[in-house]
Design a protein around this ligand. Structure first.
Ligand SMILES: [Zn+2]
Length: 78
């Protein structure tokens, strides 16, 4: 669901700096989920030790993989 009011109040210019983009996307993720945070932004935020919001679409109610994991069993990684 897009948060139109938030978007109207938070415009990100084409020549915005990386700092501006980081701040925009972190604020965006907290207020709106119309799009996912770009991987480059997410990595940059993690590299700076900033708290990166989880993708809402990966939560259990919408993610079939998460929903079928037995509780207490870690996901298998290869
Ligand atoms: Zn949005």
């Amino acid at each position: 669901m897009i948060n139109r009011e938030w978007h109207a109040a938070h415009k990100l210019g084409r020549n915005a700096s990386l700092d501006d983009r980081l701040a925009w996307h972190l604020d965006h993720a907290a207020n709106c989920d119309c799009r996912e945070m770009p991987l480059a932004i997410r990595r940059e935020a993690e590299a700076r030790g900033l708290p990166v919001p989880r993708l809402r679409r990966l939560q259990a109610d919408t993610c079939p993989t998460a929903a079928t994991w037995p509780p207490g069993t870690p996901p298998v990684r290869h």
